[in-house]
Design a protein around this ligand. Structure first.
Ligand code: SAM
Length: 284
């Protein structure tokens, strides 16, 4: 009999046929599963929710990393909050301009599990430019005196563990730690299932940053398949300052990201644009 894993969201459910369970544990913070699915290969689940899969993690991780990195004039120092699977860090570290990448993950067991069973993303931890802190992200930003060109908030959903990563205090520290032309990108949920969350994270960013945006990606493993990132900027505009010439000259190859996708990702469906009206900076 086939085994299925089911994730329910907003009265809908998604099912993935599971070939075998590779890793299962309960950390002090959450339940951690790594399973082999027939549709998307290995899949990391935290508290029963899909975090990433071998088959489509490139979409989320390319879009979280390359949109801000090709919008910032020269991202040298990057802070990632969460991201314990390593996928966002892997994409960030593909940029030769990045001299140091600091990753702050509250749950060391997630990192260890991915190093052991999800090398496709955890390979990032072998890069000497990466420094890992196993710590609560809010505690790290509150005491840090470092400066970062980019801060990427690659967290779980805004409840429980990750709740403080969507709060005012956290963003006040983010603003303080960013350089004068720094940018923050945060995982901003789904327009279909969490429109309130999208508005809330943008409202928080608006209270601090002069420029704020929402951009989209479409993957297979998240409910509704259309999810967003919120971007707050102290200076650069992700379209007007998009370094397309540098992208073309970089010789970097991607599976989802491209110059066209960079631009198109900021186009929002009408219902979503109305939901965040007044919270997204116009591209003038
Ligand atoms: N791409 C995924 C998504 O969109 O849901 C996120 C992937 S990553 C595995 C999320 C990570 O955030 C988890 O490993 C979790 O332990 C971490 N996390 C949650 N709350 C945190 C906090 N307060 N400080 C640092 N890391 C946190």
């Amino acid at each position: 009999m086939a085994l299925w894993f089911e994730e329910e969201q907003g009265g809908q459910a998604r099912k993935f046929r599971v070939e075998r369970t590779i890793y299962q544990a309960v950390s002090p913070f959450q339940r951690i599963d790594i399973v082999e699915t027939s549709a998307l290969g290995r899949m990391l689940l935290l508290d029963g929710l899909v975090m990433c899969s071998e088959g489509d993690e490139f979409i989320y991780h390319e879009m979280m990393a390359h949109v801000p990195l090709f919008s910032h004039p020269k991202g040298r120092s990057v802070l990632i909050i969460g991201g314990g699977d390593g996928g966002t860090a892997r994409e960030v570290l593909r940029h030769p301009s990045v001299e140091r990448c600091t990753l702050v993950e509250i749950d060391g067991m997630v990192v260890d599990a991915c190093k052991a069973h999800f090398h496709q993303t955890a390979c990032a931890f072998e890069d000497p430019r990466l420094t890992l802190y196993v710590q609560d992200g809010i505690a790290f930003v509150a005491q840090s005196e470092e400066r970062f060109d980019l801060i990427l908030v690659d967290s779980t959903d805004p409840q429980g563990l990750a709740a403080p990563l969507f709060g005012d205090e956290f963003y006040r520290h983010i603003f303080r730690l960013l350089t004068d032309d720094g940018m923050v990108v945060a995982q901003a949920e789904s327009a279909y299932f969490q429109p309130d969350q999208q508005r809330a994270v943008l409202a928080r960013m608006n209270s601090l940053f002069p420029r704020n945006y929402l951009y989209q990606y479409f993957n297979l493993s998240y409910p509704g398949n259309m999810w967003g990132f919120a971007l707050g900027s102290k200076g650069p505009c992700p379209l007007l300052d998009f370094r397309e010439v540098d992208l073309n000259a970089s010789g970097m190859e991607f599976r989802y990201y491209s110059a066209a996708i960079h631009r198109a990702s900021f186009a929002l469906p009408a219902f979503q644009a109305r939901n965040v009206a007044g919270l997204v900076t116009r591209f003038a």
